[in-house]
Design a protein around this ligand. Structure first.
Ligand code: ZN
Length: 216
């Protein structure tokens, strides 16, 4: 079996989605690109999270063609592969319909940067791209376009949900968890009134400190 280690990683990361209340039933998926072979490990289509195993993960090439699988690949595979082809710096992609973030997406509205945690993690607002139909690579195109104009590792898709990217799949999962966390807080703030913006230069300082200095 090819890429056993990456299959194990991607399978384990899928468990983080229901654990963090980011998905319902079979929606949502994680993929990872193996930097050596360029092959992508992704969730099988329509399999429940508790039934995912390293063995039933699907391995595809960068064009989304099946390399090794017993199951059909996730219906978002073409979009994940499009993102990997356009972004050689990215080795992880996550998609969810997490509630609070997707509420903003339903309005086609970005999540404004009104929390220091957002400045840290996203370097500005979480942008919202336009509407795209599921199935082909159209969603991937919207994600790449939307993220190109932003520092954020997360993009909302109008009327749909959230896509996040990362240097590896764990970073993309972290971005998906943080997206929902800040979306919920901003939503609560919006019930109280008009959240206060953070000045662009302060957002830049916070983001720089978090990405260059913070942590071990
Ligand atoms: Zn979706």
């Amino acid at each position: 079996m090819r890429l056993l280690h990456l299959r194990q990683q991607v399978c384990a990361l899928h468990a983080r989605l229901p654990e963090n209340h980011l998905v319902a039933w079979t929606s949502g998926n994680v993929s990872a690109r193996d930097p050596e072979t360029g092959l992508v490990v992704i969730k099988p289509s329509g399999v429940k999270f508790e039934d995912l195993t390293p063995e039933n993960m699907v391995v595809v090439d960068l064009d989304g063609k099946i390399v090794e699988a017993d199951h059909k690949a996730s219906s978002d595979t073409a979009s994940h592969c499009y993102i990997y082809r356009q972004r050689p710096d990215i080795n992880g992609v996550v998609h969810t319909h997490s509630r609070y973030a997707t509420a903003f997406a339903a309005l086609g509205r970005e999540i404004p940067c009104v929390l220091t945690a957002m400045a840290d993690e996203f370097g500005g607002p979480i942008p919202c791209g336009g509407f795209a139909l599921i199935g082909g690579e159209e969603i991937g195109k919207v994600v790449v376009e939307t993220l190109a104009k932003s520092k954020s590792p997360a993009a909302l898709l109008q009327n749909h949900g959230v896509f996040t990217i990362g240097a590896n799949a764990e970073a993309a999962v972290k971005a998906a968890v943080m997206t929902e966390d800040v979306a919920a807080t901003v939503w609560l703030a919006l019930q109280l009134g008009q959240p206060l913006p953070i000045a662009d230069e302060d957002i830049a300082k916070l983001h720089h400190r978090y990405t260059h200095v913070y942590g071990q």
